[in-house]
Design a protein around this ligand. Structure first.
Ligand SMILES: *Cc1c(COP(=O)(O)O)cnc(C)c1O
Length: 411
């Protein structure tokens, strides 16, 4: 008897096809200086498209200062980092970047990782393991990287209903003030575009003696006077023990980090395998990210432009009865409610109109809430927004997708 190994894998893929959530990637070529315009390989042909679903939220990936910093670093230092941080990979560009990030968040120290995913996974698991008998309280909509960190901590966990303060308090009370606790949550939840009640969570943390860990991945660069995130905007940064962010979204580069006071960062640096046993970010990326963080500390033009264009997109879609989900942020989710229809809408937008919006399906969002997630940037001009709204109107007509009364949607 031979074992059909190949069958395990094709079976796993077949299941995704059956559930209509097999993922297809679009092969795109970003064009420096032309964002959000790009080229894509579609049915064997190269076509011009407009990207409407990028997490390079502010177009910083092509900012002249960022490109110049990268060019200079490559010319001076070459490409690779040459090792892990322990073994010859610590370069002056990373050290400067960490200083910049600590200053951004008003913390003593910052630590850079190779991605935001790793920073969450490594830090949450390490911190919870270093705190004896730590109970982790985790928002039910936390990102997969945080869930992975919670899982790998091997500590008891309690999941609280999304942004539900009463439920969080009930769980804190049950644990008691004596037991060490870590509350992990996000500031901006990127699929719905809603925001956590940061001060209220910190109030509870203080009352019940818990540590706080916030993921500001979808907020750094974009909120607060210096782009440190929602906690900065709300004057809550110093109330949070550990702030995590990415260099890959609004900062337009690659990498993740945490910022904190006292010995926390040093302990993570010294204990987290996801930090220790992997090659450092190369100087080219660290320098580019540093230039991006520095720029967004003093410039609000990009933030203001993004908020303006996101609001305009919401208004234009709502005026045509497209069901924009309520969002307090720059994220514009449009409800379709069916995986096949979400994919069909995305396909039509791309093939007929040259507009790229990736459909979002389970398990990223709950079944029945499949959606198109639109992320307007300051570089999506008014004319592009009108073109998008008209195209979506046509697609909604052609596929007979659910609409919402314009007045209701605009509420
Ligand atoms: C994208 C994302 C991450 C991971 O960040 P990367 O730098 O892309 O690895 C972490 N948290 C949230 C909420 C995210 O959406």
């Amino acid at each position: 008897m031979s074992i059909d190994y190949a069958g395990f894998f094709s079976g796993a893929i077949d299941k995704l096809h059956e559930e209509r959530r097999y993922r297809v990637f679009l092969d795109i070529e970003r064009i420096a200086g032309a964002f959000p315009h790009a080229r894509a390989e579609i049915d064997g042909k190269t076509r011009d498209i407009v990207i409407w679903c990028s997490n390079d939220y502010l177009g910083m990936g092509q900012h002249p200062d960022v490109i110049a910093a990268a060019r200079k670093a490559v010319a001076e230092h070459g490409v690779g980092a040459g090792g892990t941080r322990n073994i010859s990979g610590t370069n002056s560009a990373i050290v400067a970047l960490e200083r910049e990030l600590a200053d951004l968040h008003g913390k003593d120290h910052a630590l850079v990782f190779t991605s935001g995913f790793i920073s969450n996974d490594a830090t949450i698991s390490t911190v919870a393991r270093l705190v004896p008998d730590c109970l982790i309280l985790s928002d039910e909509l936390n990102h997969a990287s945080m869930i992975e960190g919670v899982r790998r901590a091997g500590r008891e966990k309690a999941i609280f209903r999304h942004n539900d303060l009463a439920h969080l308090e009930e769980l804190l009370k049950k644990a008691g003030v004596e037991r060490p606790k870590l509350i992990v949550f996000e500031s901006v939840y990127s699929m719905d575009g809603d925001i956590a009640p940061i001060h209220a969570i910190c109030d509870l943390a203080e009352r019940y003696g818990a540590m706080t860990y916030i993921d500001e991945v979808h907020a750094v660069g974009m909120y607060g006077p210096r782009g440190a995130g929602v906690a900065e905007r709300e004057g809550a940064m110093e109330r949070i023990d550990i702030i995590e962010g990415t260099l890959a979204k609004a900062f337009g580069c690659l990498g993740g980090y945490v910022a904190a006071d006292g010995a926390i960062v040093d302990a993570v640096r010294s204990h987290a395998t996801g930090f220790i046993f992997t090659t450092a970010l190369p100087p080219v990326i660290a320098s580019a990210a540093c230039a991006s963080v520095r720029h967004l500390k003093k410039s609000s033009v990009e933030r203001d432009g993004q908020q303006r264009q996101a609001a305009l997109t919401k208004r234009q879609l709502a005026a045509r009865g497209i069901p924009v989900m309520v969002s307090e942020t720059h994220i514009v989710p449009v409800l379709v409610g069916d995986p096949e229809k979400a994919k069909a809408a995305s396909d039509l937008l791309l093939r007929r109109h040259g507009l790229y919006i990736q459909p979002i399906n389970f398990p990223t969002v709950p079944r029945g809430t499949e959606r198109l997630r639109i992320t307007p940037s300051p570089l999506h001009g008014d004319a592009l927004i009108e073109e998008l709204a008209d195209a979506m109107d046509q697609v909604w007509k052609e596929l007979d997708l659910p609409r919402r009364a314009a007045a209701e949607a605009a509420e």
